[in-house]
Design a protein around this ligand. Sequence first.
Ligand code: GCU
Length: 830
Amino acid sequence: MLCTFLLYLLCAIVAAENGSQGWLRYAPVSCEKACQDALPSSVVVLNNNETSPVYVAGQELQRGIQRIFNKTLPVNYGDCAASSIIVGTLGDYNCTHNTPEPDEDGFVLNTTGDTVQLLGQNQRGALYAAFEYLSMLAQGNFSRVAYTSNPHAPIRWVNEWDNMDGSIERGYAGPSIFFANGTVAEDLTRARDYARLLASIRINGIIVNNVNANATLLEARNIDGLRRIADVFRPYGVQIGISLNFASPQDFGGLDTFDSLNPSVVSWWENVTNQIYQRVPDLAGYLVKASSEGQPGPLTYNRTLAEGANVFARALQPHDGILMFRAFVYDNNLNESSWTADRANAAVDYFKPLDGEFEENVIVQIKYGPIDFQVREPASPLFANLNRTNVAIELQVTQEYLGQQCHLVYLPPLWKTVLDFDLQVDGKVSPVRDVIPGKTFNRPLGGWTAVVNVGTNTTWLGSHLAMSNLYAYGRLAWDPIVDSEDILQDWIRLTFGSDQHVLDTITEMSMASWPAYENYTGNLGEQTLTDIIYTHYGPNPASQDNNGWGQWTRADRQGIGMDRTVNNGTGYSGQYPAEVAQLYEDIDTTPDDLLLWFHHVNYTYRLHSGKTVIQHFYDAHYDGAETAHSFVDMWESLRDKIDQERYNDVLARLIYQAGHSIVWRDAITNFYHNLSGIPDEMQRVGHHPWRIEAESMTLSGYEPYAVYPFETASNATAIITSSNSTAGMASTTLSIPSGTYNLAINYYDLHGGESLWTVYRNDDQIGQWTGDTKLGHIPSTYLDGHSATRVTFRDIDLRPGDVLWIVGEPDGTEPAPLDYVALLPGGVVD
Ligand code: GCU
């Protein structure tokens, strides 16, 4: 028995480090005798129903304290015993407490008396209190506190874009934990673990399927599957909801229409809704993406968006369900030759005239910016334009345009630029964070959603460090005033322990990460500059323009930027309240970081910083890539302080990011250098003294290849093997001073094969690698900015006359592509 127990403990500790427990790993905290004596001696749970969140809270307290302090507390279902932790609802608590009553979902936490009181306004609140107390203990915080904590808003949801076949749109961590082969997965163990993580950050709702919804979710077997998912989430206080396909009455129900005003459509939705509520009586509601990006919607029948939304809302009303209706409606066939056409105008154009026409249980779900989760956007003006309609903000934890979890980007500082932005409605202070809970316009409902897209990867998001974003999302949805760095530090302590150096290092890296990513991707409000047509991952600035998607930069030889002024442009700035409109209308008061969002200027236009636009591009890209490189050294300083599994995984990602930041830097700076013809004052762009181009090496079985887009290859050219089955060789005789170098080799890792490259110095093999990185970002089948990457061999002694040669063995459709070799003296980034 003892043996089994020890084995269990060992397994638990080892397993914890694969990331599956997230921030709930409850690592041991040192607790000497005095501390042990001071720990409560039992847990008193005021509810013995095994599916109640209060019961779960009792289990969680026992498990957490066992793991943190190696002390097993008995769990009783009694009342108010001294020296105990009491968890339950205030309604079930018969003893005295003197803390203010919480709001719905809120809680009281009191450790000052001879009991620890964890008391929720409701069951969910009690569970939140338990997690809060455990979070304190796990961070070694034994302070005596008494306070009431209340949520910022009633809606604190996550969205998962999971498809019925088990794939996840914009998910970078493997297949779905909910669906497989067209139906709900049999094994929902991971779903339960996810529910636990969500409850610990006070998320109370989850939409389990993609906004681009498949109507087959409504099959009887799938509705029963939803019941099973709901049963798993309910004990954690998380209600499930679903995305619906607007055309379901026709595509799935066999009607000859899906017109919202047709009575048979209305009753079809009522029936379906009633059937779902029979299986899931506490369904949170629906999410609908309609008349957007090819999805069906009311506009098909010339009905308004409100008419479409209200059909669902009314069907939900008898069940107290909520309809989240997305504001992401725009024309994706816009004509760029019209100077006044602007996708950013769409949400206000569509929704403002409908203000007041939505049912009371409709919440319009608005992306934080008017385009689409870019690296920087102004706050969506729709937040200022709906004062008789409930709204929620939509954030994105999954890093669709922000490095797809292969780049470290801590997102709260970006989110805060929107949450803290003062819209100055009617000249009064009105930050976005006050609009979303309904405070500014006195609305009854509102709040938060975030697209998360966890997958079956043990790390949930595909990267250990990306989990700080999920943690912070929940914390901000509860209280958006809390400082991003404070939240981050709680997460670090819970995830990696309280060592000061670990804390300082991960804090510094994370806080520098979004500014760095913005620097080496798209600056000055120019969007991410990723490939918007293909994978949304690597650089492709040309893809923004000359198509109907409306993410235009309007870059030409003279200048760049969208003129969104009322005076001379698309009129977008006029969608904000007067003070804000004036701020953005005037180029002199527009902040540099949004300059190109609002104005079209010459590359030589001088910013408030004193730099020209083009020089800012150059400098920012070099700075950003340098910062990304510094993350590797910083992480390596933690080698002995973090378990091997997580240390190695994060290190591999940071090394990759450093290499890809060079790809980004060079692509963007070359692109605008080529377009504008304006040289870099520092003479870095286009000058690469440390590089040997692959195409200039002696080639055998390899041939030059013109890469498209040109800026994603050094000198626009790479080499590929001449055949798909025979190895190629590229060699060069070095004429560099003797010394120790880092040898960086840029190559392309394509989807469709796993080539093998081997690099030699004279007769010695220096290293070998395969093109099989499975980092999780969307792969590419081409040589481009997504597949371009770098491998580095450190501290290689080289002398003039040495022959450096690389053998590339192609595989599948991957022709062992190589771009260049850089011989970098210590400290040089390239
Ligand atoms: C983006 C994203 C799509 C998604 C859409 C949405 O365009 O690339 O995958 O469907 O947003 O939010 O609906």
